[in-house]
Write a protein that binds this ligand. Structure first.
Ligand code: COA
Length: 578
């Protein structure tokens, strides 16, 4: 197999997501590369659920791909919604108990009565997804044994009787295909024989990275799509000597984090947009009291409750500016499942080094996406600790002492002579309350200046593609993979295209971006998933050259860009450019 996109669609609550997950894990355990995307309703039952997995035997998958190769439609709605995306010559596997598709020659169609088999042979309607899985195993060559092993892992706790029914359904689906379907294409999902990689979701990779960074206190309130961080850490963090607290709301969650940080512990919370809105007052306190804190915002489509289970990159401006007064903080964008591991370690390093809150932007797509990655190596990245006062500094301790880099040694409670008040009120270098404008300006300058050091870190942007591009693509956050893939495709067509991907979004990496663009770039395309083009606007504000055209590719609505869409825009820009 080269590179195949499988998509499963059907009624929410009927086990579509489970089917996709089992298929994904089977592929991953066959040492194939995987890249998933899911979109499902906010309701527990009802609505339309979809999960897709791109599977390949090559080294790295960067996006969800373009067209669908195989659509498994559990009902008519899935067919109606997704059939147009199936490529010419692709495959439609469908439940012909539920519907019959239009007659056309565009795709190969395999009708399989999932529901009828589940009802009549197994006697349990819910097992229709296992009938489908059995059919897929027979059609595309995934060994049935692999699925049985996984079904046991997933449904084992439901009891032997349920397991037996599921095994029967799997076998019935495979038998139906063997007896009734003539295979008309070459798609096969055959094990590679290589050593399987690690398969993690973005949230799992992030949680593991946080533990590796030395996280000791996690506080959070459940919210889609961040909840699985809370769930994962509740199980794993205590094993690493840490504590997880589920608070009454997000304000309290950040309060706990700041308290723990004041006490010298590395601390983190994770939420999504609505929860971040609540945290804003506490964020100001973190800035004022110069407390290290990591705050993850797994963005979802907003405003308000919005679309809780859909991705969007619309919290950028909020992450940078939220709060009253001027409260400088660091904002980072996580770019891939692998980067969720390394990126969160870097977030902790920045929080501790610069004594600042770091807002880490992930999103629903990245948080819940599984990818196969190499086992992370903590040896590849230093774990940094905050600056502590020495004996001389403690002798006349001033918590907010001015230093050349504006970062002050930070005492923790219990340190002899290191006591101080960490207040939200304006204070002097000694931490004493002070309302004088001159002091306020001095302390404002200190809080702003210390963050400039973040821009000297060596990893704050990544570049891809042509060294001297005429057209540049600059995205942010989880758009990295699809942009990287598209730039490679564009280069194959002879276009001089390059990409720069900032990992630090605030303070804005003005110099490094302008230096990159100074090398002959005429147009910059900015793909992002929000309605108004937030990053494009930010970029325009910071551009030195006014002759560069910024082309904003912005869309809200929850579905990530495809390589083909960005490629179209690059070609369009190149045409005008020529
Ligand atoms: N045998 C036994 N049990 C089976 C089964 C089978 N063959 N197939 C599925 N199931 C079970 C699953 O284990 C799951 O049970 P669980 O809830 O005890 O884990 C259940 O049936 C639903 O199946 P699943 O595959 O998880 O999902 P789905 O594709 O039908 O879609 C969701 C359901 C995921 C869309 C929905 O449940 C959900 O979680 N919605 C989002 C909720 C949310 O986050 N809202 C936002 C709030 S702001």
């Amino acid at each position: 197999m080269a590179d195949t996109v499988f998509r499963f669609g059907g009624e929410g609550g009927e086990g579509v997501i489970s089917t996709g997950e089992l298929f994904t894990t089977a592929c991953a355990r066959s040492a194939l590369e995987i890249y998933t995307f899911r979109s499902y309703p906010a309701e527990i039952k009802g609505g339309h659920a979809m999960i897709q997995v791109r599977v390949a035997d090559r080294n790295i998958l960067l996006s969800r791909g373009d067209a669908v190769d195989v659509l498994v439609a559990f009902n008519k709605e899935a067919y109606d919604r997704h059939y147009q995306e199936v490529r010419q010559g692709g495959v439609l596997v469908f439940d012909n108990t539920d519907f019959l598709p239009e007659e056309d020659q565009r795709t190969i169609k395999y009708p399989i009565p999932f529901t009828k088999i589940a009802m009549e042979e197994i006697g349990v309607r819910l097992t229709k997804n296992m009938v489908a899985l059995g059919a897929i195993s027979e059609l595309f060559g995934v060994p049935q044994g692999k699925f049985k092993e996984l079904i046991r892992e997933k449904f084992g706790k439901k009891g032997e009787a349920i397991l037996a029914k599921n095994f029967q359904a799997l076998e019935a689906g495979a038998r139906y295909v063997a007896q009734n379907i003539k295979k008309k294409e070459q798609i096969r999902v055959a094990p590679t024989g290589r050593q399987p990689k690690l398969v993690l979701s973005g949230n799992e990779a992030l949680s593991l990275g946080a533990i590796a960074a030395g996280l000791k206190v996690y506080a959070g309130y459940p919210i889609t799509p961040a909840s699985s961080i809370l769930e994962f850490l509740a199980k794993e963090l205590p094993k690493a000597g840490g504590v997880v607290i589920q608070t009454e709301d997000e304000i309290a969650a950040l309060g706990v984090v700041l308290g723990a940080s004041f006490a010298g512990k590395k601390a983190m919370t994770a939420t999504s947009g609505p929860g971040f809105s609540l945290m804003v007052e506490m964020l100001g306190l973190a800035v004022m009291a110069e407390l290290p804190a990591v705050i993850v915002d797994a963005q979802r489509a907003g405003p308000s409750t919005g679309m809780p289970t859909k991705m969007e990159q619309a919290d950028l401006m909020m992450a940078i500016h939220a709060g009253h007064g001027e409260a400088p903080r660091v904002v980072m964008g996580l770019t891939s499942v692998e980067d969720c591991f390394y990126g969160i370690i870097r977030a902790f390093n920045i929080a501790e080094t610069f004594q600042t809150p770091v807002v880490v932007l992930s999103d629903q797509g990245l948080a819940q996406r599984e990818a196969s990655i190499l086992k992370p190596e903590t040896a590849e990245i230093d774990i940094l600790e905050r600056r502590k006062p020495n004996a001389d500094q403690l002798a006349n301790y001033q918590r907010f002492r001015m230093t050349p880099d504006a970062i002050s040694p930070m005492a923790v409670p219990g340190m002899p002579d290191g006591f101080y008040a960490a207040t939200g009120i304006e204070h002097t270098e000694a931490g004493e309350l002070n309302y004088e404008p001159a002091n306020h300006n001095k302390m404002m300058a200190k809080r702003a200046k210390k963050l400039q050091g973040v821009l000297d870190l060596p990893w704050i942007v990544k570049t891809y593609g042509a060294e001297r591009p005429e057209i540049a693509v600059i995205g942010w956050g989880s758009g990295e993979g699809v942009i990287r893939e598209t730039v490679a495709l564009a280069q194959e067509t002879g276009l001089k295209v390059g990409a720069l991907h900032p990992k630090i979004l605030w303070p804005f990496p003005t110099k490094i971006i302008n230096d990159y663009l100074a090398n002959g770039v005429r147009k910059v395309i900015v793909p992002e998933l929000n309605f108004s083009g937030q990053f494009a606007a930010l970029l325009k504000q910071h551009l030195k050259r006014t002759d560069i055209e910024v082309i904003s590719m912005a869309k809200g609505g929850g579905i990530p860009w495809k390589p083909g869409e960005i490629l179209e825009q690059i070609k369009e820009a190149a045409k005008i450019h020529a």
